[in-house]
Design a protein around this ligand. Sequence first.
Ligand code: ZN
Length: 387
Amino acid sequence: MVQKAYKIRLYPTPDQQVLLARTFGCMRWFWNQMLTMHISRYVNNPKAKFINTFGMNNLLKRLKEEYPWLKDVDSSAFQCVSRDLNDAYQRFFKGQNERPKFKKRKYAQSYRTKSGSIKIIDDHHIQLPILKQVYFRAGRLPQGRIINATVRINSAGQYYASVLVESENQALPKTGKQVGGDLGLKALLNLSDGYKEPIHHYEDKLASKLHYWERRAARRRREAKKAIAWDEHNKVPVPRQLSDFKNYQKARVMVAKYKQKIKNQREDQLHKLTTTMVRNYDVIVLEKLNVKAMMKNHKLARAIGNASWAKLVTMLLYKCEWYDKQLIQIAPYYTSQLCAHCGKNNHRLGLNKSEWLSVREWDCPSCGTHLDRDVNAAQNILARGLA
Ligand SMILES: [Zn+2]
């Protein structure tokens, strides 16, 4: 059995949007209530026994009597909150995390629901607790037994659900082929069979629109911050709320929308590439990434961020698991300077590191083979992975 997450875009009706806003609010409220309870118990008596998921769910029953409005929203979502808070504390006790924090109202909000009533009704309708049928669009329909769904609104005001399902391992037919891949900056990925996946600069295409709205948002924010309202009651000037400024809010939403668009396009490309790879090859060999070290290099950081290497590796890891293929990650040493044809280490042809980096094609001094730098590296990676 494997678990898969499907991301779908939700289009709730105005009534459903009200219910969603209320649910986000209730879950945040419940989290903060429980967190306050844990903290004050600890302050009163550091040796007091920690109240776990089960205990918090029991407290919820009493809270519902005191605050009847809690009964209007999805009850399974509260249980997910208890569970999450419990898990956050357990990680904190083990020293893996900081102490859980209070949740503040932000533009992006979410909740998780795990009721057995979650169902995909047809190509465009999902059944969710309390909300009933919600219209959605998805590239691929969630298939399998639904475990839970996380509903969120992003800062562009768009609704998404991440639906987690469990299904039989869907092995793809074996092709008997293996491939090595060299992650690069000229091309996103070079394969040992010569294929090069280009780096698309989606942000450049949308840059003028994005920058236009970013400038407007910044200017309107500055203006809004300067605005003063008169407090009739106390007879004092007070700053006005940012939420009062419709034009600022519009610009902010447009910025978020363009950022989301860029992100979606990049993810689409990575999904298509990784799906093709697991279909075509049984074994895929890549270099092990050191993302932290790469990000420290500020000049490269933007390019690497764009190239989304880490995301590509993550996708391959789970897709290989779903479809019963194999991903091997090897240590990245000397993969570019060995000749894949004769195996000789050519020691960068005597060039220094930066000179060597600019060499795109070369002839092996030992066997005379003409080599494409990146394809040669991909072939070395494949050979090392299979060794
Ligand atoms: Zn050679």
